[in-house]
Design a binder for this molecule. Structure first.
Ligand SMILES: [Zn+2]
Length: 347
């Protein structure tokens, strides 16, 4: 008698059983905007995340322009407050602050939330506030979004023209202090000059939580081959973003997403690739046309991959990785193990 051959769907089940780690999700912003409603995590997110084997989510504190500068700190604290209130009301989630806590959450079949910060605006120029946010659970920091702030400058959505300046003195101090405290340095969004400078003032493996490669979408918000290699030299991990895979809508496909993964793996090895999906459509679709228009003018019009638009579609990615010839070990590294290694080294 021969053993029954495992079907592709069974293989996906097996690969997902150890859970998936997505290092960029704009959850706190949505919880904050729906703060009057309450129980949003349980009613709008639990099913999608739990049913599809999502194990750890990097949830990003992000402050929209309209709250800056005066309300930045307030809104950041309120976003974190929402995370705690909502998590307390829904025991399937756990806010995790260490590698050990993440391991325990996974063991208990909970969804681990790792609080990240996308843009240092809430700190103003006060380094002491990093310590406070660390106390509150922030465990990863991207110094900037697309705009400039007291720490540095974001990379623009064009192939050239980002500011040539690197970090400010505050930005350099902030990067060093993140490393000292155990707040993972995230290079997503920073301009090329700032990228180099962060690497020069830190020593631990850096991450780029959600980005794409410039080979397929040539904008300075993304990263080029040289930058990918520098992350690889430092044993860092790059999370591939689902939103900026191509400038053209018709080329925004699952195959193109895997092209980004393959390109990074070819340059620095499979140990350097993870996912940072940045599933953003649930927020985008809530916006009025005028706000979408403003985003298009200021940054870009996002294109969503038709069959990778939210966490319930991650099976499609795994199926595509199998079709494209990735081994089980490689897929597990992309979906989970590379991020776990980063957590182990930093947290
Ligand atoms: Zn982002």
């Amino acid at each position: 008698m021969t053993a029954k051959k495992e079907s592709i769907e069974e293989r996906i089940d097996r690969l997902h059983a150890g859970r998936i780690i997505d290092l960029h999700f704009d959850l706190p912003m949505d919880l904050y905007e729906k703060r009057e409603r309450g129980n949003v995590l349980a009613t709008e997110f639990l099913h999608e995340l739990e049913a599809w084997y999502i194990g750890v989510v990097g949830v990003a504190i992000y402050i929209e322009d309209r709250y800056l500068p005066d309300a930045g700190l307030r809104v950041a604290l309120d976003q974190i407050a929402r995370l705690y209130v909502e998590t307390q009301a829904c025991s399937q989630f756990a806010i995790c602050k260490s590698y050990r806590e993440i391991g325990n959450a996974l063991k208990d079949d909970k969804i681990a939330l790792l609080i990240t910060m996308e843009g240092a605006e809430p700190l103003g120029t006060d380094l002491n506030l990093l310590r406070i946010f660390h106390e509150l659970g922030v465990r990863s920091m991207g110094l900037t979004h697309a705009r400039s702030n007291a720490a540095g400058h974001g990379g623009i959505f064009a192939s050239s023209g980002s500011l040539q300046d690197g970090l400010t003195e505050f930005g350099r101090d902030l990067a060093r202090e993140c490393e000292a405290l155990g707040v993972i340095i995230d290079l997503a969004h920073i301009n090329p000059a700032g990228f180099n400078e962060i690497l020069s003032v830190t020593t631990k493996p850096p991450i780029v939580s959600h980005t794409n490669v410039r080979r397929y979408y040539d904008i300075e918000r993304n990263i080029n081959d040289d930058q990918i290699k520098r992350i690889g030299e430092r044993r860092g991990v790059i999370g591939v973003n689902s939103v900026l895979v191509s400038a053209k809508e018709e080329e925004t496909t699952l195959d193109c997403y895997v092209d980004h993964i393959e390109h990074i793996a070819n340059l620095i090895g499979i140990d350097g690739v993870g996912v940072g999906f940045d599933f953003f459509e649930f927020i985008y679709s809530q916006w009025p046309e005028s706000v979408k228009q403003r985003l298009a003018e200021k940054l870009t019009t996002p294109h969503f991959i038709p069959n990778l638009r939210n966490h319930s579609q991650t099976r499609n990615l795994t199926r595509k990785l199998i079709e494209r010839g990735f081994s089980d070990e490689e897929i597990e590294k992309i979906l989970r193990r590379n991020w776990l290694r980063i957590f182990q080294e930093w947290l």
